[in-house]
Design a protein around this ligand. Structure first.
Ligand code: ZN
Length: 136
C-alpha cells in the first residue's frame, strides 16, 4: 500500500493522533456544544475510555483516528513505507480492542457512536447526524 503522505507529514500525523485532546476530538466537542448537547469528556471508568459521553442519550462517542483504527478512507488504508508489518499488526490489534470495547459497552446498555477523524471536519453533516442520533 503506498503512503500518500510525505515523511514529514506522516510524522506529524503519527505524533498528533496519540494525544488525549486531539484536534478531531476538539472539533466534535465543538459541534456538540453548537447543537446544545451536553457531554462529559474522557470517562476513564468505561471500557475503551470513550472520548465523549452523552449521559442523557446514554451514548458514548469515540473519535477515531483514521490511521490508527483502520478506517476505509484513503488515510486509513495507507501504511507508512517502512515497517509495514509492524503497523498492520498494531492497527489490527487496535481493531480487535475496539470491537471488544463496543461489545462491553453495549452489554452495559450504552449506545456507541464512532466518529471518524475524516468526518469531524464536515461540520454541518456531522452536526445533523449527531443531533438526530442524540436527541432520539
Ligand atoms: Zn477516515
Amino acid at each position: 500500500m503506498p503512503d500518500i503522505y510525505t515523511r514529514q507529514k506522516r510524522h506529524e500525523i503519527m505524533s498528533n493522533v496519540r494525544g488525549r485532546d486531539t484536534q478531531p476530538e476538539k472539533l466534535v466537542r465543538a459541534h456538540l456544544r453548537k447543537i446544545g448537547i451536553r457531554y462529559r469528556a474522557n470517562r476513564k471508568d468505561l471500557p475503551g475510555r470513550p472520548d465523549i459521553v452523552v449521559p442523557k442519550a446514554h451514548t458514548v462517542i469515540f473519535v477515531h483516528g483514521c490511521f490508527w483504527h483502520g478506517h476505509e478512507c484513503a488515510k486509513g488504508r495507507s501504511l507508512p513505507k517502512t515497517n509495514q508489518n509492524f503497523w498492520a499488526e498494531k492497527i489490527s490489534r487496535n481493531l480487535e480492542r475496539d470491537k471488544e470495547n463496543v461489545r462491553d459497552l453495549e452489554t452495559r446498555g450504552w449506545k456507541v457512536l464512532i466518529v471518524w477523524e475524516c468526518e469531524a471536519r464536515h461540520g454541518d453533516a456531522l452536526e445533523a447526524s449527531l443531533s438526530r442520533l442524540l436527541r432520539a
